[in-house]
Design a protein around this ligand. Structure first.
Ligand code: 3HC
Ligand code: NAI
Length: 689
């Protein structure tokens, strides 16, 4: 045995216990321990066996830290063959989350019981992989083809009751799982129950058109990704071939996924997301302030969504607006959003009304006296924000956390408007705030450690992914957008059309092209932001001229039915507009620019390397703690393709030296200042020679 796996005979049942904190991943030691235990148990006095885990969960999957390294025996599929071939009944006893290789281990056992609170799933697709230890072959045999495809292509776990309905588990138990599982194994033995092998079950009948349907849906939903399509091929193989041949297909496609740059990118993000939650120099045991009620100032686009995020986590919210009309408007949008969630089947009606009841409105700051956290989401006007914080200072109780959702303003200056700058922090949500996962937590100069620790941990409570940012114009994400949007606009004026720029970026993997994003966000947003800056800080005039013209024409984007594109009032579908091409050509001529054909790969490189170069500066200045944090921001907040791993990982995958050389080429062609390589980029590129 190994330290990670122990084996004891309790009464007449052999109990194999996995103890590999924190999540009992199937490391080499666990695989060896399981193999030794199952092998030894074949010839001892036990009558049946139980596999159970200690700690917070059943096995949560293969050990992801071992991926990309040379594999060591015993390999998981072989171990699972041994488990299934056991001549004594094996019962898997599940608590916590049986995921990936963990669920595959349970499926190779002959019977499965679980606590009602347990969850099971095959999340490999989220790592650019597919279940590689029989999951694609055993799941359809037990749960049917459609359920298997849903489970494996979504990667989302299901609760024990649903797993019971699907036949993935056999029994839900109460109380002491270990004791119950031992009793059940004994009972099964006494009853002479069969050694029931999942691999020998026939695949239940299914609709033959199912596979093509999934292929088409996934081509859209998981555009550009290899693993989802391979999963369909594996499940299809389960319906057409023997178990052994199906396993061969699974193995071949699993290895292909494992070797892919896509999986490397997604594994990078798995760890980057967890790393981003950690603040260097802030001890894990930093005390946290209790947050049991929240106040939100401003019930507009952001305030309403933020209120829903807290209410959905069971935290009561008081929403403050300037007057009764504005309050009624804000609350009615929240009502509409909850209504839509119910309609789409995302929330049960009673759940939605429970959440909605947690949100109350007021026009009086005195209603905030009890709030533990107050988030300001008023207009993006520095004077208004400062005045609001001065008011909060007197209205809120001592120790309350005062947060701003500003997109660009200096959080140090906002904090200075109070007598308690240590309680002030930035909490930058993304729109729509009840849906988008990213939360930039902006640490100002005087933000207290416990305020920061509280907000990082609170983000998890409201199911957001937190990334800490220092204070600068636009923080991490919006600051990097500046060169990205600049290059998009320059490509337009130099010769591309809005469609070409957007299609090039969407083909490359962005969820939405930059010009369509500008139309969605509103062209007036950037216009107003530029107007608020002194003229010499407004950036390259060639990049802002066309959007300025459109804004002044009242073509503000989707909300006015026209911006860079025209929008169908009913379907919101965009179409290109010759009038915009004329404007672009006219403005190009005014700047003396001779328009040319721009290749798609130049568009992609200019936009993406614009992000990378600025990202390097952000890391160097300490605004982001590490490059991986930037990747998390871009994937969760800006529609960057997860399978490219974020801009910084992508640069690494391309090769920093190559990125640097392309940036130098752009510097020669397009402008010394805008394309000056960041010092860190130069350093990394030099180190790579
Ligand atoms: N391998 C290695 N480390 C893992 C791991 C895994 N499978 N799963 C989690 N960890 C580590 C995390 O990196 C983290 O480490 P840290 O504390 O040093 O940052 C620690 O365990 C705790 O993880 P979380 O912070 O995520 O803890 P939570 O309680 O929030 O979530 C969980 C627990 C739901 C199990 C979540 O960690 C998770 O989803 N893990 C990944 C599960 C997964 O993808 N399994 C499939 C792996 S691929 C596979 O099995 C291939 C097979 O088919 C052959
Ligand atoms: P919005 O214009 O939709 O809403 C602002 C609301 O604040 C309005 O309903 C207004 O009545 C209310 N308000 C104004 N002054 C007030 C006061 N003194 N007291 C109480 N309420 C007051 O604006 P939006 O888009 O919600 O933006 C709010 C903040 O969030 C801004 O700082 C913005 O930069 C930031 N933000 C916006 C994002 C977006 O995509 N819209 C994304 C991330 C941050």
């Amino acid at each position: 045995m190994s330290q990670a796996v122990s084996y004891d005979i309790e009464g007449t049942v052999g109990v194999i216990t996995v103890a590999n904190p924190p999540v009992n991943a199937l490391s080499l030691a666990v695989r060896k321990g399981l193999l030794d235990a199952v092998s030894a148990a074949q010839d001892d006095a036990s009558e049946a066996l139980v596999i159970v885990c200690s700690g917070r969960t059943f096995i949560a999957g293969a050990d992801i830290t071992e991926f990309g390294k040379p594999p060591e025996e015993p390999f998981l599929p072989d171990l699972l063959d041994t488990i299934e071939a056991s001549k004594k009944i094996i019962v898997a006893a599940i608590h916590g989350t049986a995921l990936g290789g963990g669920l595959e281990t349970a499926l190779s056992a002959h019977y499965r019981c679980a606590l009602a609170s347990a969850q099971v799933g095959l999340p490999e697709v989220k790592l650019g992989l597919l279940p590689g230890a029989g999951g694609t072959q055993r799941t359809p045999r037990l749960a049917g083809v459609q359920a298997a495809l849903d489970l494996i292509t979504s990667g989302n776990p299901i609760g024990a009751p649903r797993a019971l309905e699907l036949g993935l588990i056999d029994k839900i138990v109460d109380g002491d799982l270990r004791k119950e599982a031992i009793a059940w194994a004994h009972e099964l033995h006494e009853q002479g129950a069969a050694i029931r092998k999942s691999s020998e079950q026939p695949v239940p009948a299914f609709d033959a058109g199912l596979f093509e349907g999934y292929r088409a849906t996934l081509a859209k939903r998981a555009r550009g990704q290899i693993a989802p399509q391979h999963i369909v091929a594996c499940v299809e193989a389960a319906t057409q071939r023997s178990f052994e041949d199906g396993l061969k297909v699974e193995r071949e496609l699993f290895l292909e996924c494992m070797a892919s740059t896509q999986s490397a990118a997604m594994r990078h993000l798995f760890f980057a997301e967890r790393q981003a939650a950690k603040i260097d120099g802030l001890p894990k045991d930093t005390p946290k302030r209790p947050v049991e009620s929240v106040g939100i100032i401003g019930g507009g686009t952001m305030g309403g969504g933020i209120a829903m995020s807290f209410a959905n986590a069971g935290i009561p919210v008081t929403l403050i607006e300037i007057d009764d009309d504005a309050l009624a408007r804000g609350l009615s949008i929240i009502d509409k959003n909850y209504g839509a969630s119910v309609k789409r089947g995302k929330l049960a009606p009673e759940q939605a009304s429970r959440c909605r009841e947690l949100i109350t409105g007021s026009t009086d700051y005195a209603s905030l006296t009890g709030a533990d956290l107050i988030i300001e989401a008023v207009f993006e006007d520095p004077a208004l924000k400062k005045a609001t914080f001065a008011r909060l200072d007197s209205a809120c109780k001592p120790g309350a956390i005062l947060a701003t959702n500003t997109s660009y303003q200096d959080v140090n200056e906002i904090a200075a408007a109070t007598k308690r700058p240590e309680d002030v922090i930035g909490l930058h949500f993304f729109s729509p705030a009840n849906i988008m996962k990213l939360l930039e937590v902006v640490r100002a100069e005087k933000t207290a450690d416990d305020v920061l620790a509280t907000c990082m941990s609170l983000a998890k409570t409201i199911r957001k992914v937190p990334v800490m940012s220092g204070v600068c114009y636009g923080f991490i994400g919006n600051r990097m957008l500046q060169p990205y949007f600049r290059e998009a606009q320059l490509c337009l004026i130099e010769g591309a059309t809005p469609d070409q720029v957007d299609n090039a970026m969407e083909e490359w993997g962005m969820a939405m092209g930059p010009i369509r994003v500008a139309d969605l966000a509103g062209i007036d947003v950037g216009y107003k932001a530029r107007q608020a800056l002194p003229e010499d800080e407004r950036g390259d005039p060639r990049a802002s001229r066309v959007p300025d013209v459109l804004a002044e024409m009242g073509r503000l984007g989707q909300k006015t039915g026209a911006g860079f594109y025209r929008y169908d009032p009913d379907t919101r579908k965009h179409s290109s507009d010759p009038a915009v091409i004329e404007i672009i050509e006219r403005e190009a001529a005014a700047f003396g620019i001779e328009r040319r054909d721009i290749p798609d790969d130049e568009i992609v490189d200019r936009l993406v390397y614009g992000l990378v170069n600025e990202g390097m500066r952000i890391v160097e200045e300490g605004i982001a703690q590490r490059p991986g944090d930037i990747d998390v921001v871009y994937v969760y907040g800006y529609g960057f393709p997860v399978w490219r791993g974020g801009p910084m990982h992508y640069a690494d995958a391309v090769g920093i030296r190559r990125v640097y050389e392309r940036v130098c080429e752009f510097q020669d062609r397009f402008g010394a200042e805008a394309w000056a390589p960041a010092p860190l980029l130069v350093q990394f590129a030099t180190e790579q020679v």
